[in-house]
Design a protein around this ligand. Sequence first.
Ligand code: GRF
Length: 202
Amino acid sequence: ARIGVLISGRGSNMAAMIYAAKASDCPFEIVVVIANDPEAGGLKLAAAEGAPVVALDHRGMKRAEFDAYLHAELTAARCDYVVLAGYMRLLSDGFVDKWAGRMVNIHPSLLPKYKGLDTHQRAIDSGDRVSGCSVHVVTAELDAGEVLGQTEVAILPDDTADTLADRILIAEHQLYSRTLANFVTRNVRPDALLDQVRDLAL
Ligand code: GRF
């Protein structure tokens, strides 16, 4: 499956996905990495790994207009799926519709708990003993689509939002690639399967 990754910042989840895709049995490849901020640190890393990168700048553009550029880049790269990895900009309903069922996000909480920002502090302030991360399908409502996979991470008594975030990030890096691999395998179109059978028979 051909994956387009959208980032806004350092791109550590994107990096983990690029490394996962190097395994010969990985069912996905990263065909483009797009940032909405030309300064996004992840872009350099992606380029160094040989992934095609596109640096866009959303500033001064209307949301729908910018998302049309995004869509054009993803389509030009013939992406089957879109992966949001620390993409910090809300997407327009039109864009979400175009990628319905083919776009996923990772969120640093055990959804449906703590949608939105500041998840780690909210988990600590609530006295939770466990938090974690979730991979979910993206729908028009923020952080509300079907959950495809989760990893629980224990909260330690002396955790701060930062120390907890660091540990959850380790779990994110594993969960995201594993869940994406399962998702694209489960979603294989029957005609693509037939192609594979034909290849095997040759
Ligand atoms: C991750 O914690 C992710 O869950 C959240 O934003 C952060 C992105 O980090 N949505 P990175 O850019 O992948 O390093």
